[in-house]
Design a protein around this ligand. Structure first.
Ligand code: DC
Length: 217
């Protein structure tokens, strides 16, 4: 009798630009499929928070390379990681190759759990989990993303003008897509989902349709 081969873990990679709705989508997909979920942006935000807390210039690549080796995830509750300033700072440290290398193993470890996992970020389908059977690239126009982020920040009590948020988003897109190491881009085998004109429920239904097609393949 031959031993049954363990099923390959089912990894769902969700990438996309800032405020594209990929986080909401990934969280909902994880709940739908009963899989663990990792928001990889939080890891970059932790490194940025640790840099700022230690008084480093956020552009100090050497300090960032040291911090990534020693920071304690438990020291950063999510509410300290979600502000506008920290998203921008995370995008700066994320361009440092040593920071990306320092975060790689823990992301891959998360993705290799027996049943699979859902991860969202910028390079999940291209670098972290290039063999993931299901890859989504979630996007929306910069204006729609800025409007969503504006609403979210107002909800958190951060009164920021819309134009400032749109400028932030454009700058972050340029930095995340323009860096040389693991830039933001859709994997060749990812399906792009433009959520500009979709509600959360519509986007989720479209994503599940795409994943089911991949699962059947
Ligand atoms: O998804 P987010 O907005 O929380 O990510 C914050 C920054 O972290 C983002 O501007 C770029 C960086 N990031 C990255 O380079 N790679 C990832 N997998 C996730 C985030």
């Amino acid at each position: 009798m031959s031993a049954a081969r363990a099923p390959r873990p089912f990894v769902i990679a969700v990438d996309g630009p800032a405020a594209s709705g990929k986080g909401t989508m990934a969280r909902r997909l994880a709940a739908h499929y009963g899989l663990p979920y990792l928001d990889t942006g939080l890891l970059y935000r932790m490194v940025a928070r640790a840099m700022l807390d230690a008084g480093h210039d956020i552009r100090d690549a050497e300090a960032a390379a040291q911090i990534v080796e020693s920071f304690d995830e438990a020291a950063f509750p999510e509410e300290r990681l979600r502000g506008r300033e920290i998203g921008e700072a995370a995008s700066v440290v994320a361009a440092v190759p040593a920071v990306r290398a320092g975060l790689l193993a823990r992301q891959r470890r998360f993705a290799s759990q027996p049943g699979g996992a859902v991860l969202d970020g910028r390079d999940i389908g291209t670098v972290i989990c290039p063999d993931a059977p299901a890859k989504l690239f979630v996007t929306a126009t910069p204006e729609v993303r800025a409007a969503r982020r504006h609403k979210e920040l107002i909800g958190r009590g951060e009164a920021v003008p819309f134009d400032g948020i749109l400028a932030d988003i454009r700058r972050r897109d340029a930095r995340d897509s323009g860096r040389s190491d693991a830039p933001l881009k859709a994997a060749d085998d990812a399906v792009t989902l433009d959520t500009s004109a979709l509600t959360v429920e519509e986007a989720l239904a479209a994503a599940i349709g795409i994943i089911e097609t991949r699962r059947a393949a």
